[in-house]
Design a protein around this ligand. Structure first.
Ligand SMILES: Nc1nc2c(c(=O)[nH]1)N[C@H]1C(S)=C(S)[C@@H](COP(=O)(O)OP(=O)(O)OC[C@H]3O[C@@H](n4cnc5c(N)ncnc54)[C@H](O)[C@@H]3O)O[C@H]1N2
Ligand code: MOO
Length: 407
């Protein structure tokens, strides 16, 4: 009888991942906005300035008083000055006058409407206008985007270009974010050869290293790849001991199942604290999570070696762990309709691979790939989503909405 949970359900695996991430939450640091993209915000941000900060023109043209346009007639209005964007004094528009204005320039005192340049006719110092201008058109009001004190972003949000633009418009130079986890990536197995080397009988090329590095980079991380570990307990111990003290997360793949050469479970049993081993997932069953113990402060997430298991367990559990370490809430599943009937052949929750299709009416569909073995890399490469088929479920009808994780 093991002293840790074994063969657990997906929800329990997620809960244990979330708990471990919360215990190991990374410290907060301040980053310049230029380096903050993709980082997770560690504080709520409120507006210190209204946006726009002052009433201004939305078009290049003429600022005027709308009431004047009705009786300006063929004589038009007197062009009485100009107002450009920038640090110039704010002009005035008196009755019967208009002022040339550029986009973003402060609206002159007295003006309430802007007419586009292309719609107006200038003759000498007179400007004629069309009869259909609406009161207040092409004026961007101070504070209409946000007011001072408005909540602009909340802690736990990943910063995208939109938030960075908002913050810069507030005059912010830097922002409090959670430090990103450092991640050591290990592939394991005596059968592995690096691409570019000769392939002896019984050997295969290492497909997981480049796959995992790409998946981690897609998640905004800057992982460090270690040399492949042979199926040798002493060498595995020494590498994990080093990495466990030097990194926040140690991510391995392979050597975590029941084979004679699968040394990770025994090593982690003896030297670390296993939080769970094996989850009722397909693919991905042998996945293991451990806290470092004598191997250091790192969290150890050991993914199964099959390349499609690596993809599925990273997206479903690994990314959740590195998100959680940065205080980011779990990403929600999207949903799509199955294009065809599908019979699931086992009880475990399945991450089947499939291709997303937009039917043109705004409904997302997903077409399962029949090549569902966890060694079928081509099926994974030809797909762009994991289809989440629930534990226990067996028969799905075409058109049934299913959870998906796009990749
Ligand atoms: N008796 C049992 N056998 C197996 C079980 C089990 O519970 N009992 N689980 C099966 C499942 S499910 C999986 S998944 C695999 C996972 O095993 P490991 O995590 O120990 O992975 P390995 O045996 O080292 O490798 C599995 C498979 O993947 C290939 N591989 C490994 N690393 C790479 C890499 N970097 N690039 C490309 N391919 C890689 C490896 O050669 C194996 O073919 O175990 C089942 N067996
Ligand atoms: O669970 Mo294993 O990852 O099916 O192939």
């Amino acid at each position: 009888m093991e002293s840790f949970p074994v063969r657990i359900g997906y929800d329990d695996a997620c809960r244990l991942i979330d708990d471990a991430a919360a215990r190991h939450r990374l410290p907060v640091e301040r980053l310049p906005l230029a380096r903050a993209h993709g980082h997770v915000l560690a504080e709520d941000v409120r507006a210190v300035l209204p946006q726009p900060p002052f009433d201004n023109a939305a078009m290049d043209g003429f600022a005027c008083r709308h009431a004047d346009l009705a009786h300006a007639g063929r004589d038009g209005l007197l062009l009485a000055g100009e107002q450009f964007a920038g640090p110039t004094a704010v002009a005035r528009v008196d009755a019967g006058h208009c002022v040339r204005i550029t986009t973003g320039a402060p609206l002159p005192d007295g003006a309430d409407t802007v007419v586009m340049k292309e719609a107006a006719t200038v003759e000498g110092d007179r400007v004629r206008f069309p009869g259909n201008a609406l009161a207040g058109q092409f004026v961007r009001r101070a504070g209409e985007d946000c007011r001072q004190g408005d909540l602009l972003a909340v802690a736990g949000q990943a910063l995208a270009s939109g938030q960075l633009a908002l913050f810069a418009a507030q005059g912010m130079t830097d922002v409090a974010v959670y430090r990103r986890p450092t991640v050591a990536v290990f592939t394991t197995g005596d059968e592995l050869v690096e691409p570019g080397m000769p392939l002896a009988p019984g050997m295969i090329y290492n497909a997981n290293r480049v796959q995992l590095m790409a998946l981690l980079r897609e998640a905004g991380l800057e992982p460090t790849a270690w040399p492949t570990l042979p199926d040798d307990p002493g060498q595995i111990y020494s590498a994990l001991l080093h990495a466990g003290h030097a990194f926040d997360v140690v991510l391995t793949c392979g050597g975590v199942s029941a084979g004679e050469k699968d040394h990770l479970p025994q090593l982690l049993r003896e030297r670390a604290r296993i939080l769970f081993w094996k989850a009722r997932l397909k693919p991905g069953m042998p996945v293991l999570l451990a806290e470092g113990g004598s191997l250091g402060n790192a969290l150890f997430l050991c993914l199964p070696g099959n390349p499609v298991s690596v993809l599925a367990t990273w997206l479903a559990l690994g990314r959740r762990l590195t998100d959680g370490l940065q205080g980011r809430a779990p990403r929600s599943l999207r949903s799509a309709k199955l294009t065809q009937d599908w019979d699931k052949r086992h009880e475990r929750l399945e991450f089947l691979r499939g291709r997303l299709l937009d039917d043109g009416d705004g409904v997302l569909h997903v077409e399962p790939n029949a090549a569902d073995g966890s060694h079928r890399m081509r099926a994974a490469a030809d797909s762009d989503a994991l289809i989440v088929l629930d534990e226990g479920a067996r028969h799905y009808r075409a058109g049934t909405p299913v959870g998906i994780i796009a990749y």
